[in-house]
Design a protein around this ligand. Sequence first.
Ligand SMILES: CC(C)(COP(=O)(O)OP(=O)(O)OC[C@H]1O[C@@H](n2cnc3c(N)ncnc32)[C@H](O)[C@@H]1OP(=O)(O)O)[C@@H](O)C(=O)NCCC(=O)NCCS
Length: 456
Amino acid sequence: MALPNRPSADPQHPSAAEDMAQDSLIAALRGSAPYIHAHRGRTFVLVFGGEAARRGNFANLMYDIALLHSLGVRIVLVHGARPQIDDAIKAAGLTPQIVDNVRVTDDDALACVKSAVGALRMEIESLLSTGLASTPMAGARLRVTGGNLVTAKPMGVLHGVDHRHTGEVRRVDTQAIEQALQQGQLVLLSPVGYSPTGEIFNLFAENVAAEAAKALRADKLVFLHEDAELHVRHPDCPPQLQTDEAVALLSDNAALTADERAHLAAAVDVCRHGVRRTHLVSSAADGALLRELYTRDGAGTLISADSYDTLRQAGIEDAGSLMALIQPLQASGALVPRTPEQLELEIDRYAVMLRDGMIIACCALMPYPEQGTGELACVAVHPDYRHAGRAERLLAEIEKQARAAGLSRIFVLTTKATHWFVERGFLPAQVSDLPLARQQLYNFQRNSKVLIKTLA
Ligand SMILES: CC(C)(COP(=O)(O)OP(=O)(O)OC[C@H]1O[C@@H](n2cnc3c(N)ncnc32)[C@H](O)[C@@H]1OP(=O)(O)O)[C@@H](O)C(=O)NCCC(=O)NCCS
C-alpha cells in the first residue's frame, strides 16, 4: 500500500539533508524504544487547562495524545475549561464571580458552564476522531468515551460565600473507567460531576485528574500546564524531585506561582496515594509531552514517590554490613576485590541504601577533579532487592553528587553489567580515555569494559 503524501524527492538519490533527517529519525525511534516498551499497557492520567485549547498548536497536542494511545498507553484525559466558561459568562452579559481563585457557580453561571464545557468537549472529541490522511491521525481510529464517571459534592460555603454549583470530587467510577480502558478506549473526563441528588457541579480539572489518578492507582499523572517548564523558570528546582524535595521546595521557594504550587502539592498528594510518578510539562512547547515520556532527558519536571528505602552517605559504622553485601559479588567476579581496610579508608565515598536498618545497595564515586571526571564504582544491589529501580536511584544520586562537584563525566569499569549502563546513557570507551592515574591501575587480566557518560 502506498503511503500518503510521500515527499516527491527522488528516493534513489536522497540529498545529504534528507539522509541526515532520516538518520536522526532512526536514532530517535531507537532511542525511544525502551520507553515505548515501558509505557505500553500503563495507565496515564493527563490533564490540561482550557487555555491549551486556544493555542495554535492544540491540534498537535491532541494528535500527540492519540499517538500515546496508539503506542499502547491507557489514557484518561481530563480537560479544563476556565477561559471558555469566563467567555460564555461574559457573552451572557454576566460577570464571572471568582473568590480566592475559586469560581462561584450560580444558576446562570451553571448554564454557561454547560455550554462552554460541552462545546470544548466536542472540539476535543472531533480532533481525536480525525482520520485525514494529511494528519498524524491517519488510521488512528480512536474511540473516546465518557459519561457520568465522576460523582461530585458541593464545595459548600467558604469564608461565608456559598459556592453553589462549584463542587469537589466525591468518587470516581473506577470500574467503568477500567472497563473502557480494557476495551482500548480513551476516557475523556470533563470538569463536571453529578451528585446522587441529580445536581451538576463545576469541578477543578486538576482535582478530577488527581482523584482519578489516585482511585485508578495510575502509573502516571501528567499536568500539562501553561507556563514554561518549572525547572526553567526556577533554577533551584531540579528536573527530577522526590516528594520530600517537592515539599521542601513548596516551603522554601516564595517565587512559585499559585498554579505551580497547586501542581506541586497535587503531585505530592497523588504520589503519597500510590501514583508513582507525576510529570509537570508545558503544553505551550510543541511536542514537550512526547519528549517528556519518550526521551531520556525528558522536557518537564518529574516528581516521584519517596522510596520506602533510605539513601545516605556511608559512615565508618557501615563498613561491616557494606562488606557483607559486596563480598559475594567480589567472589563471583562481578566486583573488584576490596579489602576491609581499603573500604574503611574510602568509606565516605560510598552512598548506601537501607531498608529496616540493613544495607541493601551501595555505590561509590571516586572523583578525578582535575580531569573533570569521576569513577562510579562498586554498584551493587542485594539479590533479594533487585529489579525495583534501586540501582537506577543510586546512579541518579551519584550523578547529582558528580554535578555538584563540578564533574562533567563519570565512567565505570564493569565485567558483567555493560548493558545496564549502556541502557542508562553510558557509551563504550577505551582504557586510554581514562585519567592517567586510573589507567595505571587498570587490570588487563580482568579486562573490564570501560564506559563513559557525559552529564547533561
Ligand atoms: C546491575 C545491578 C546493580 C542492577 O541492580 P537493580 O537494582 O536490579 O537495577 P534496576 O532495578 O535499576 O534495573 C533493573 C533492570 O536492569 C536489568 N539488569 C540487571 N542486571 C543487568 C545486567 N548485568 N546487564 C543488563 N541488564 C541488567 C534488569 O533485567 C532490569 O531490566 P528489566 O526491568 O528490563 O528486566 C545488580 O544486578 C547488581 O548488583 N549486579 C551485581 C553487581 C554488578 O555487576 N555491578 C556493576 C559493576 S560496578
